[in-house]
Design a protein around this ligand. Structure first.
Ligand code: THU
Length: 158
């Protein structure tokens, strides 16, 4: 069973990350699916790093928002400092903005990408999921979404 809880009032951490993810989704390049996703990663110094999905005319090469955000964190050498992530998404309206209030959860590949940061940081990452609009926030820990994960520890990497 997951630790999902939509009934609690969102924490300030969740609110900050969902707002940042919603802003990031405005930069989604998603002309094929017309489904915009934004992600916002919280680091242990309080900084927030965002990403949005980047689709490609060769559809299978598309990058998810969470993966873009984690890659950006890694590119600045801060993969071990990840604390939490907020993810939002929704179908793009005529103006290109994401719509809808159904929470978007990370896809399977993104869960594995997040697990790399989780194991290296030694934290069971908080994962906050929301729609493009509305107040519903589904809260998880990464271990809820990807239990018994394979990761760096299995290859002897601390
Ligand atoms: N997408 C993400 O960015 N993150 C996810 O966790 C799920 C899916 C993107 C990929 C694609 O650009 C669009 O959403 C539709 O699948």
């Amino acid at each position: 069973m997951s630790e999902r809880d939509q009934d609690q009032a969102p924490s300030s951490e969740a609110t900050t990350l969902i707002e940042a993810a919603r802003a990031a989704a405005a930069h989604a390049h998603a002309p094929y699916s017309r489904f915009a996703v934004g992600a916002a990663v919280l680091l242990d110094d309080g900084s927030v790093v965002t990403g949005a999905n980047v689709e490609n005319a060769s559809y299978g090469l598309s990058l998810c928002a969470e993966t873009v955000a984690i890659a950006t964190v890694s590119a600045s050498g801060r993969l071990r400092r990840v604390v939490a992530i907020g993810v939002i998404g929704g179908a793009m309206g005529p103006d290109g903005r994401a719509t809808g209030d159904t929470p978007v959860r990370p896809c399977g590949r993104c869960r594995q990408v997040l697990n790399e940061a989780a194991q290296l940081s030694g934290r069971d990452l908080a994962v906050y999921c929301a729609g493009a609009e509305g107040s519903a926030v589904a809260r998880y820990h990464l271990s809820d979404l990807l239990p018994d994960a394979f990761g760096p520890a299995d290859l002897g990497i601390a």
